[in-house]
Design a protein around this ligand. Structure first.
Ligand SMILES: Cc1ncc(COP(=O)(O)O)c(C=O)c1O
Length: 357
């Protein structure tokens, strides 16, 4: 069995998020345009910039002809007071233990997990409108390193790193896809979205973490969702903490359920990985139990690309998986490797469909 955590908080990073539509605003308008400059001051007397800077400032921050993108990044890096450090995870409030983020340290003194703690007071000097406009303004630009979906939020990720030290392929900004057909056809939902993190440079959501950090997985028993064979998850304490603090729900999926869910999603035009099949199984179950309603805005985070798991799809659709009914199989058709043969098969298929209507 594979387990899928379900959270209700939009603050954490769940595999599947849902919010009741009454409490959820429409996606933000992206018409605001502000300069890419991300500097601020720690002076407590400085009022928060409650409005985005005027668009004329944007021109002042444009890279001049004799400046390259590294110089531009250095200019943007100047003089901000955002900072972050490692602290023991869930530490006693009196704890003073902390480490710099460039230290190589994996555990706290007591052997527990570490957490990244940001200077929230410095960040809070800027209101939500400011941050949203700033982040929106960086999307789709080449300004180093903000063209990355991760580093476009540098102040919230690793504020003190020199932009010259960042290794990035401008990962992130993956498609949040309206799963219209899948939602309507299989779930009776009209506001279902799939965040396709796997439609990315490496076909994996790990692009997002790997531009910032490193990790060490431990394997468990076999599953089609092979990349989540995590026997002894190192971050279990963090997962439990997130579940409790987000009023989360844990669902489980059998191998058959996750493969069926994957085939159903694929039949509506997606091409998802077995791990996303786990999240979709959880979605089916929560829809059936009424936890998620037909009009609830719901986001499923899809974490890898289906192309990395094609053998499991071939086996499913060929009905070759032991003890699995493969109820949604769309069996492959063997065709001679020439144009005419392919066209014949397509023609016969389309004519048979036509005669049914
Ligand atoms: C939830 C989840 N989905 C998908 C993957 C697949 O990642 P990758 O394609 O990098 O193997 C992983 C790997 O850890 C995972 O944990």
């Amino acid at each position: 069995m594979a387990a899928s955590p379900i959270f209700r908080s939009s603050f954490l990073s769940p595999q599947l998020l849902h919010q009741h539509s009454s409490a959820t605003a429409k996606p933000p308008s992206t018409t605001n345009f502000i300069p890419i400059k991300a500097t601020t001051t720690s002076d407590p007397a400085t009022p928060p910039p409650s409005r985005a800077p005027q668009s004329s400032n944007h021109l002042k921050n444009r890279r001049s002809a004799d400046e390259n993108i590294r110089d531009e990044a250095r200019r943007h890096n100047a003089a901000h007071n955002f900072s972050a450090k490692y602290v023991p995870f869930n530490a006693d409030p009196t704890s003073t233990e902390s480490y710099s983020l460039d230290e190589i340290v994996y555990r706290s003194r007591s052997g527990g997990l570490l957490d990244v703690q940001h200077d929230m007071d410095a960040l809070k000097k800027f209101d939500g409108h400011y941050w949203r406009s700033l982040f929106d303004s960086r999307v789709g630009k080449t300004t180093w390193p903000y063209g990355s979906g991760v580093w476009s939020k540098k102040e919230w990720v690793l504020p003190e790193i020199d932009s010259d030290d960042i290794i990035s392929a401008f990962e992130g900004n993956s498609n949040l896809f309206w799963a219209e057909r899948f939602g309507k056809q299989f779930l009776g939902m009209n506001d279902l979205w799939v965040k396709h993190c796997g439609i990315s440079h490496t076909g994996s959501f790990k692009d997002l973490g790997m531009t910032v950090l490193d990790f060490k997985p431990v394997k468990a028993g076999a599953t089609f969702a092979s990349a989540i064979q995590i026997g002894d998850p190192v971050s279990i304490d963090r997962a439990v903490f997130a579940l409790k603090n987000s009023n989360g729900i844990v669902e489980e999926a059998t191998e058959e359920e996750l493969m069926d869910a994957m085939a159903q999603a694929d039949s509506t035009g997606m091409f998802i990985c077995p791990h996303t099949g786990v999240a979709l199984t959880a979605l089916f179950k929560l829809r059936q139990s009424g936890v998620i309603g037909p009009t609830d805005r719901t986001v499923v985070v899809s974490t890898a690309h289906g192309l990395k798991f094609t053998q499991s799809k071939v086996d499913y659709h060929s009905g070759e998986i032991k003890d699995m009914a493969c109820r949604f199989a769309n069996p492959p058709v063997q065709v001679k490797a020439d144009f005419g043969s392919v066209m014949d098969v397509l023609k016969n298929y389309l004519m048979s469909k036509d005669s049914k209507h």
